[in-house]
Design a protein around this ligand. Structure first.
Ligand code: GLN
Length: 560
């Protein structure tokens, strides 16, 4: 492989409608190029004015993805990590808010020496400098930059102008524009319609950007004629019109793009001469296991408060797909609204019928807390596999304190400041912090695993590193009472002061973690705890099916 002297850029924009999958496209292309031996990184530019999505509601923005270095970022970075198997960092997500903040800080400190500070050139130059810096600081061959939003949005214009200027300065061989559009299928006419794509490209042209490659998302495959038509009206060679029709799983997208030769077109346009064929056998094998696993299915209940909006649990959902494949089962997810379980009349055995494992999700604030605690009690008392993540682990501690240790009304001080038994409490240094943005315990921290525990069974090592995003911790005052009650503190910080993992001694699989394992599960490297949890659920489902059979055979047919 002849490596380029400079980092080459690919800019991915999207048109027509949002949610077409620019993130998945960027991640898939990155993965294909990496599998050809290139060194690739992906980053996201977001047009909103928030400095980061850390303070945004999950209803607005979906999950907040936390990097090793503690940045609170866009959920697309999760796709990049899962597909590319490379870690992202703070510098992989730039928001317009961060750009403006830095321009304003420079203005205040007098760096512009009396100039009138304007979008052109100051904001644009700031964006270009950031892009150049990101490319310079890395030993990369290709840097893919996904621009958030949809063409036509006012707020993304500075990003587009910066990219237009960059292409002019760097030349066609060093910067490539890929535009993702939508080609709707109109049932009444039995036809794919290209007009929205034509309009989107027209709008992109107004910003001075001519796309080099068009990726057309559609419900049905694009025929040669449609590709010709799109190419003809959008000024693009029809070989550079790439079809991307809906797949059964997002993990098939790289395979589809490979078939459409997207990676080859990209490499040709960027002037790469030699490149090895990608070896995607493991990936294909993974997709086959996702689509037709050999060992049937299991259903997992995810209990949280954002159940109407699954993007809030994006990485958890993806981790279950990875763990399904590694266990050779299909994992069906049932989202359980925590608040529903707060009603006295709530019938757990009916609501949980068919569910073989309960995960209590991360979150903030007291809405739904009592419901989560009741779900956890049910899982603990009925020996149903349980996995608590962050707030889920904290709720498991509250439940255990109240119902096993006899610490009535135990709670977290997040929900009740004056509680008598604060089993979950603020960390000392958090007590003085007033600002909300970026002030939690964020990013990767080491954790020591205790041998002989469920956690050790999963990880098979003593030292792990996991990512955090929380303010509250297990209160060490209660460690002894918990241990006496049957809790094992199977993971702690290396100095032993912070509880990172709790589990129950006499239970099939009951594990709560203070960190976010879902942020580190990758397609070809499933997270050990998700694998372990799904394995336990699979075993439980077999056991309960056998019990059902036994019951079926012995019970008489009820009379009408
Ligand atoms: N609200 C809890 C805390 O801040 C848990 C956070 C989470 O689940 N990410 O500690």
């Amino acid at each position: 492989m002849a490596r380029p002297k400079n980092v080459k850029h690919i800019i991915v924009t999207g048109g027509v409608i949002s949610s077409l999958g620019k993130g998945i496209l960027s991640a898939s292309l990155g993965m294909l190029l990496k599998s050809r031996g290139l060194r690739v990184a992906i980053q996201k530019y977001d047009p909103y004015i928030n400095v980061d999505p850390g303070t945004m509601s999950p209803y607005q923005h979906g999950e907040v993805y936390v990097t090793d270095d503690g940045a609170e970022t866009d959920l697309d970075l999760g796709h990049y990590e899962r597909f590319l198997d490379e870690s992202t960092s703070q510098s992989s997500n730039l928001t317009m808010g961060r750009v403006y903040k830095s321009v304003i800080d420079k203005e205040r400190s007098g760096e512009y020496l009396g100039a009138t500070v304007q979008v052109v050139p100051h904001v644009i130059d700031e964006i270009k400098d950031r892009l150049a810096e990101q490319a310079k600081n890395s030993s990369l061959d290709i840097l893919i930059t996904e621009i958030g939003g949809t063409i036509g949005d006012i707020e993304s214009l500075p990003f587009l102008e910066a990219m237009r200027q960059m292409k002019l300065e760097m030349g066609d061989r060093n910067l490539l524009n890929i535009h993702l559009t939508f080609v709707p299928y109109i049932k009444a006419a039995s036809e794919l319609k290209t007009k929205p794509t034509q309009h989107s490209v027209k709008m992109l042209l107004e910003t001075g950007i001519q796309p080099d490659i068009l990726v057309c998302r559609s419900e049905k495959p694009l025929s040669r004629e449609i590709k010709n038509k799109v190419g003809h009206f959008c000024n693009v060679n029809d070989l550079d019109v790439i079809g991307l029709n809906d797949c059964e799983t997002i993990y098939e997208v790289p395979l589809m793009l490979l078939k459409e030769k997207l990676d080859q077109r990209v490499l040709k346009k960027l002037g790469f001469k030699m490149f090895k064929e990608p070896s995607l056998d493991h990936w294909r094998d993974f997709c086959n296991k996702v689509k037709s696993p050999k060992d049937g299915e299991v259903t997992i209940g995810i209990c949280g408060k954002y159940t109407e909006y699954p993007d809030a649990y994006k990485s958890i959902l993806e981790s279950f797909i990875h763990a399904g494949a590694s266990n050779n089962v299909k994992v069906n997810i049932r989202l359980l609204r925590a608040e529903d379980a707060e009603q006295d009349s709530f019938n757990f055995s009916r609501e949980l019928e068919g569910i073989c494992g309960i995960l209590v999700a991360p979150g903030f604030g007291d809405r739904g807390i009592e419901g989560k605690i009741r779900y956890i009690r049910y899982a603990r008392e009925n020996n149903i596999p349980f996995f608590g993540i962050c707030l889920g682990m904290q709720c498991a501690s509250i439940e255990f304190a109240r119902n096993v240790c006899g610490l009535q009304d135990a709670n977290s001080t997040e929900f009740n400041k004056r509680v008598r038994f604060p089993v979950i409490d603020l960390m000392e240094h958090q007590k003085k912090i007033k600002e909300k943005g970026g002030t939690m315990r964020l990013g990767s921290y080491p954790c020591i695993i205790r041998e002989g525990s469920k956690a050790y069974d999963a990880y098979r090592k003593f030292l792990i590193n996991e990512r955090h995003r929380h303010r509250y911790e297990f209160n060490n005052t209660y460690r002894q009472v918990f241990e006496d009650g049957g809790i094992v503190f199977s993971g702690t910080s290396p100095n032993g002061e912070l509880v990172e993992i709790i589990e129950l001694k006499d239970h099939r699989w009951f594990v709560g973690v203070q960190f976010h394992p879902e942020l580190k599960s990758r397609v070809l490297r499933v997270h050990p705890l998700f694998h372990g949890f799904v394995a336990a659920a699979k075993e439980y489902s077999r056991g309960s099916r056998q019990m059902e059979l036994a019951v079926d055979m012995t019970l008489p047919i009820p009379a009408e």
